[in-house]
Design a protein. Structure first.
Length: 201
């Protein structure tokens, strides 16, 4: 389990094709400290497995399903990605419950400056809009954020978040531009509630 608190921005060192998808090598000196083969790591919010470790690098296999359902298929050498290791059992819970299972890809439609902060409006697939609620939680490229506004009923689906200067400095969201694709993971509690209501209907 993750909490959506990014610990490092890693850099894509190389990408090579495999029979199942792609093999990606990340330069991540802080994240790889103490990492073992088989450990999990969230890359832009996607839970992946370390298959090789080097000096400050981690190698990951990404299958076609993941490439198609996330923005990892758009990665190129030199790109920067958000990284997070799973939360230890005795760790501090600073964000919200994040599984590393991306529900879909959104598109940044607006970026507005608010002093030293930035407000992002993100268009989402219609099927995900029902999980968004003002002041609720959402994960964007692996970052735990608070929803500040949602689309009124009947309109195309979007939500807004406000990024403080620290978030802009230490995550890839500070480098995103209008039109960029971002990975979205909706609040798992909302999904469980929906499932339970369907079962009891």
């Amino acid at each position: 389990m993750f909490t959506g608190i990014v610990t490092e921005m890693g850099t894509v060192a190389s990408i090579s094709p495999t029979a199942a998808g792609r093999r990606v090598v990340l330069d991540a000196p802080a994240t790889t400290q103490g990492m073992r083969l088989g450990d999990s790591i969230a890359v832009n919010g996607v839970c992946l497995t370390a298959v090789e470790l080097g000096d400050h690098t981690v190698t990951l296999d990404i299958v076609g399903e993941t490439l198609a359902r996330s923005n990892l298929g758009k990665l190129a050498p030199g790109d920067v990605v958000d990284l997070e290791r799973p939360m230890p059992g005795d760790g501090r819970f600073d964000g919200h419950v994040v599984q590393g299972h991306v529900d879909g890809v959104g598109t940044i439609s607006e970026i507005t400056g608010e002093g030293t902060a930035k407000r992002l409006r993100i268009d989402v697939p219609d099927r995900l809009g029902r999980y968004l609620v003002e002041k609720g939680s959402v994960t964007v490229d692996g970052v735990s954020l608070t929803v500040t506004a949602v689309a009124p009923g009947g309109e195309s689906q979007w939500f807004e978040v406000v990024l403080i200067p620290h978030t802009l400095d230490v995550t890839v969201l500070g480098r995103r531009n209008r039109g960029d694709a971002v990975n979205l993971e909706m609040d798992v509690i909302a999904k469980y509630v929906e499932r339970l209501m369907e079962a009891s209907a």
